[in-house]
Design a binder for this molecule. Structure first.
Ligand SMILES: [Zn+2]
Length: 280
């Protein structure tokens, strides 16, 4: 599932191609994709894309007149742009198409939402209304924005295992399984440690590790394992930089001594190095 770096990469890739273009015809081929949207997709018609950005794992399209489109890619959602008037019949698993009229160079194109497994969702309507949806209201702070001292304070106030806490979107928004494991490895912290027992200095180190991993992953365009691809169809190449995630039984790339282990924490597969991340 796309996490913060993947969603950020999609937003950055789409932004230059779509900003300033005006929404036209909307085609919803799979109604379930918009089943929880406050308004139908036609509400965007005639409105201009002003900005494309991200909050947690949600893509946010700001349209003129205070309107917005919010998208969660979930397991297999993919967004891309197809230039030209003809709608892209050659693409399989297309769920939603939104025509975007532009300038003389690209007079007409489509924002294409494909989704093999159909878990992805779109919401549209006034941005104020989108911000009040239950999906958005409970989200915790952004990991690239929260100051280290505030992060350490939040951590100290919580009980529960570090790994589970990092996945909790109310505690911190945007991390998923891959980057939680990588961040804990970078900080030398065992995934099953109790959050309240992590000393302040190590909490600061975890904060730095989270930011470092996320920044490097964004630069790499995210991590492609199976389903995630950038809008131009190319993979993100951060997979080659992963130190623990999915590497059970392989030697640790940091200490070169430990063998990566897989355990289950809060029902999620969790990879760590017993040498670099002792349970103490
Ligand atoms: Zn190690």
């Amino acid at each position: 599932m796309p996490e913060l770096p993947e969603v950020e990469s999609v937003a950055r890739a789409l932004s230059p191609a779509l900003t300033g273009r005006r929404a036209g015809e909307a085609r919803v081929l799979s109604a379930s994709a918009l089943s929880r949207s406050p308004l139908p997709l036609t509400c965007l018609r005639g409105r201009t894309v002003e900005r494309i950005h991200r909050r947690a794992k949600y893509l946010l399209f700001d349209f003129s007149d205070g309107y917005g489109l919010m998208i969660h890619l979930r397991m297999t959602g993919w967004l891309g742009v197809r230039e030209g008037r003809a709608w892209p019949r050659d693409l399989a698993h297309v769920r939603v198409l939104l025509r975007l009229n532009g300038d003389e160079r690209n007079p007409c194109g489509w924002l294409v939402f494909r989704d093999v497994r159909r878990f992805g969702r779109l919401w549209c309507g006034p941005r104020e209304q989108l911000a009040r949806l239950p999906e958005r209201t409970g989200l915790g702070p952004e990991p690239l924005v929260i100051p280290a001292s505030e992060f350490a304070g939040r951590l100290r106030a919580r009980r529960g295992r570090l790994k589970s806490l990092l996945l909790n979107q109310r505690f911190l928004a945007g991390l998923g399984n891959i980057y939680a494991d990588e961040a804990l490895h970078g900080a030398g912290l065992h995934p099953q440690l109790n959050a309240e027992r992590v000393p302040a200095a190590r909490a600061m180190r975890l904060h730095a590790s989270i930011q470092d991993i996320l920044r490097r992953a964004i630069r790499a365009g995210g991590t492609t394992r199976r389903d995630y691809f950038k809008p131009d169809g190319s993979p993100g190449w951060f997979k080659r930089a992963l130190k623990v995630y999915g590497r059970e039984g392989e030697p640790c790339r940091t200490c070169r001594d430990g063998i990566i282990r897989r355990i289950v924490v809060g029902q999620r597969g969790t990879w760590f190095c017993p040498q670099c991340q002792p349970r103490r």
